[in-house]
Design a protein around this ligand. Sequence first.
Ligand code: AMP
Ligand code: TRP
Length: 326
Amino acid sequence: MSKQTVFSGIQPTGDIHIGNYLGALRNWVALQDDYDTIYCVVDMHATTVPYDPKELHDNRVLTAKLLMAVGVDPSRSLLYFQSQVPQHAELSWILGSMTPLGALNRMTQYKEKAEKAGQMLGLYSYPVLMAADIMVHKAHAVPVGDDQTQHLELTRDLAERFNNRFGDTFPIPEQITPKRGARIMSLQDPTAKMSKSDADPRGSVLLLDSADTIVKKFKSAVTDSGREVSYDQEKKAGISNLLDILSIYTGRTVDALVDEYADAGYGPFKQAVADAVVDGLAPIRTAYNSLDDEEVGRIMSRGALDARTRAEHEMADVRTKVGLGG
Ligand code: AMP
Ligand code: TRP
């Protein structure tokens, strides 16, 4: 049997943090073994909020490099820039005519972003383009963090609507989230997720942060006023977040870590988390520094060529079904 297809995307907004890695990218890498994997730097999504063109341009290559540095392997995965495959936008238009405004009005990410960026059509229809990204490759599964659940629900709904109206065409894609790490919280506000758009840079640990910076950020992490290291996401959100991070980076269970650190005091516990993250990120930095920008650019161009061929094959079928065939 042929392999199932996995698709996911990340915005080239530069500062990729350990939340992105633990919630999504780690799965991107792992899934390469068993699936036909397609990963995309979704640069068109990044134009839905105010941005600087030069920064966007530079961040695209930087993001592609980081993806390769964490282990996305272009010889096993199809990797490309969304804007270089126009079939995404074409399918998005077709899906737009099947998307009830009610569904878009409920999107919490839109509400949050529109407050800052203004109520713009591109931002509003962002989830439709995301559905098109996934569907243009007939993907079966999508590795993302918790915050994408609403968008994935819309994608499934659109796939079902299309299939009902035009005949069986798209798989209904499953969301893949890790058991631990699907929602890493900000180090400065453990009730909010770690986010690229956080105004306080100490809230997020970036993949390329220096060892010094990482230690400083963990040392200043907001916790509660207690003394005991224990797991309670409501009463001890900060400490629980750190336990989640330490557990993933050490491969040890949270129970074992609580046993070891319960009475150690927050200072030494934070140092242990920082040390584990520094160790975990070191190979990523080394890999990143060994990559050449021009070579990365060439790999991305080849990826776009393959992705266009594949997406065009699927779109030819879609055009025929919706009455726009040649
Ligand atoms: P974005 O930063 O919005 O481009 O997100 C890229 C990927 O990282 C998506 O799959 C998100 O769901 C995931 N992600 C973003 N922030 C977090 C977080 N704080 N914890 C876990 N996953 C996250
Ligand atoms: N909305 C996703 C995010 O903010 C990025 C994204 C765009 C995406 N298109 C996608 C993720 C398709 C998975 C599949 O993280």
